[in-house]
Design a protein around this ligand. Structure first.
Ligand SMILES: C[S@@+](CC[C@H](N)C(=O)[O-])C[C@H]1O[C@@H](n2cnc3c(N)ncnc32)[C@H](O)[C@@H]1O
Length: 257
């Protein structure tokens, strides 16, 4: 599939999901948000860009701590949700753009912090997005990526499961793969952190995917082998599991320099 077709699939998917996505409590989970904000090392004089900002959950959480936050996303319906969230929160220091992470419409060195959360696994070219994030980041700034990072042993099964749940899933990088694209971009690591995000399958999946997904999860739980790497279990309310999330923060300096 071409990149243009994949991006159209993303826009279609997140146009349908924009409202439910923005309302799901899991996306604003406070423990995860605290760790994310800590990794950003925020200060009141900073300008922040949140790439693939979706409905502005992270951007609006960042805004009270910094001078400005700019959010950009390829899906217009997500930006509508972001504007609504900003309005409800009464925040003034945000602006929103519709655009592609691999061609950011900003001058080189425009931001002190450049973040992206839960987005790289949708992108056919995450290294190209990271290079753009580096370009728009000031030399003394910081780039922070938060995403699911399956282990090398579970990556294939994890991607298969995720593509059934969400056809716009490309591939989740392992932590080593994520670190490697940072090294290749000439970034210096400053923080690696991790958290597990507990989810309920039925609240995250589109109904048409449910029979196949349930079969995969049932088999994984019955095997006791955790082949998908999400430690799934049957709870009284349905199938539950944990997304394995990593936070990685880099500085845009050469690794050796
Ligand atoms: C799972 S949502 C995450 C939203 C938000 N970052 C959050 O953490 O709540 C993924 C988002 O990535 C956006 N996205 C995917 N590929 C993109 C690209 N190439 N450029 C900009 N946005 C993209 C989608 O439109 C969607 O809003």
């Amino acid at each position: 599939m071409s990149i243009a077709s994949h991006n159209q699939r993303i826009v279609d998917q997140f146009t349908r999901w924009a409202k439910p996505f923005s309302e799901l409590p899991i996306h604003a989970e406070s423990g995860a948000m605290t760790r994310t904000l800590e990794a950003c090392a925020l200060k009141s004089e900073l300008d922040v860009l949140d790439v693939a900002c979706g409905p502005g959950i992270l951007a609006c959480a960042l805004a009270p701590h910094v001078r400005t936050v700019t959010g950009i996303d390829i899906t217009a319906a997500m930006i509508e949700q972001a504007r609504a969230r900003q309005g409800k929160a009464g925040l003034q220091n945000l602006e929103w753009h519709i655009g592609d992470a691999v061609a950011l419409p900003f001058e080189t060195g425009s931001f002190d912090r450049v973040t992206t959360r839960y987005s790289f696994h949708h992108m056919p070219e995450p290294a190209a997005a990271l290079a753009e994030m580096k370009r728009v980041c000031r030399p003394n700034g910081r780039i922070i990526v938060i995403d699911a990072t399956p282990s090398p042993e579970t990556q294939f099964a994890y991607d298969e499961m995720e593509r059934l749940r969400d056809p716009s899933h490309a591939s989740a990088l392992t932590l080593d793969q994520l670190r490697e694209i940072g090294r290749e971009a000439g970034l210096g690591e400053v923080i690696i952190d991790a958290y597990r995000l507990e989810a309920q399958l039925e609240t995250l999946a589109e109904a048409s995917d449910m029979p196949a997904l349930t079969t995969i999860f049932d088999a994984d739980i019955a095997s006791g082998e955790d082949r998908i790497g999400v430690a799934a279990w049957h709870s009284p309310t349905g199938i539950r599991f944990h997304f394995p999330i990593s936070i990685i923060a880099w500085e845009p300096r050469s690794v050796g320099g």
